[in-house]
Design a protein around this ligand. Structure first.
Ligand code: ZN
Ligand code: ZN
Length: 284
């Protein structure tokens, strides 16, 4: 047994969860760290906010995921809590590009450690349309990879709180569309990709990447005090150009820090020089 695993081996943790996310989260963490995870399903995490806007989210994504982890520990009487939380929206830098950002958090109350696994991606089917035409519904459905990815539909517009989730066959899509068009004053429905993890394999893959990031950080330990979560907190640019030697904007050094004992360590990147193509003097 390596010393990295030893810290977590056979300790008990709770994952608070509703939408099947344990399918990817539990096996990865258990196999790589030896932690033993119980899934707590009795608490309705939708009370902390949903994607379909019936319940507004209070606070940030990180606030919500922390709250879930603590709720799980409280319910199960354990000192390690795991929870996950995703958001959908626009890419942080490039507007109009859809974006999915997933966080999987681990809080170890006994040792006062918080580790955050994360993964952001443009690989998402997050999208919606408002229409009264079934052929447009069909086009939309194909685009968002229906029926392997489910659909959410409601009459009128996104303000309507009477929502039909988890539509998963062409037959029920047509039936529910006809019914809700009739329920709508203007003959239109608001239709969107179902982004719950259980209804969206593309999102599930991103949760898996966030979990792998979490595990990597759980196994990275401080050189001085041995606490897990010894992670990159900053990067310094300035890798010298291969041709003229002047500093470029490429990363030269990664800075690791321990949140426990505040020890920091600098690590040079493997590459010794940047290509002249990245140099402001050789390739302005
Ligand atoms: Zn330390
Ligand atoms: Zn140069």
């Amino acid at each position: 047994m390596s010393k990295e695993v030893y810290f977590w081996e056979k300790r008990k943790a709770v994952l608070i969860n509703k939408h099947d996310k344990e399918r990817v989260i539990v096996p990865i963490i258990e196999e790589k760290t030896g932690l033993q995870i119980t899934v707590e399903r009795s608490y309705d995490t939708d009370l902390l906010g949903t994607f379909t806007k019936e319940v507004k989210r209070e606070g940030s994504q990180l606030d919500t995921v922390r709250l879930k982890a603590h709720k799980g520990m409280q319910l199960m009487g354990l000192d390690i809590g795991i929870a996950s939380e995703g958001i959908f929206g626009s890419h942080p830098v490039i507007p109009f590009i859809p974006w999915n950002y997933e966080i999987v958090i681990l809080i170890d109350k006994k040792n006062d450690i918080e580790i955050v696994g994360e993964s952001g991606t443009t690989a998402t089917n997050y999208d919606y349309i408002v229409t009264g035409e079934y052929h447009e519904v069909q086009e939309f459905a194909r685009r968002i990879l229906f029926p392997s990815h489910f659909i959410v539909l409601r009459a009128n517009n996104e303000e309507n709180t009477a929502i039909i989730k988890g539509i998963r066959t062409w037959k029920s899509l047509k039936r529910i569309f006809d019914q809700e068009v009739n329920n709508s004053k203007k003959g239109k429905v608001f239709i969107e990709a179902d982004t719950r993890a259980c209804a969206n394999p593309t999102r599930m893959e991103n949760i898996e990447r966030a979990t792998q990031d979490l595990v990597k950080k759980m196994l990275s330990r401080c050189t001085i005090c041995g606490a897990p979560g010894f992670i990159i907190v900053d990067k310094k640019v300035g890798l010298p150009c291969e041709s003229c030697g002047s500093p470029t904007n490429e990363v030269a050094t990664k800075i690791y820090a321990c949140k426990k004992c505040t020890y920091t360590e600098e690590e040079q990147v493997e590459k010794k020089q940047a290509s002249a193509g990245r140099c402001m003097h050789c390739n302005p």
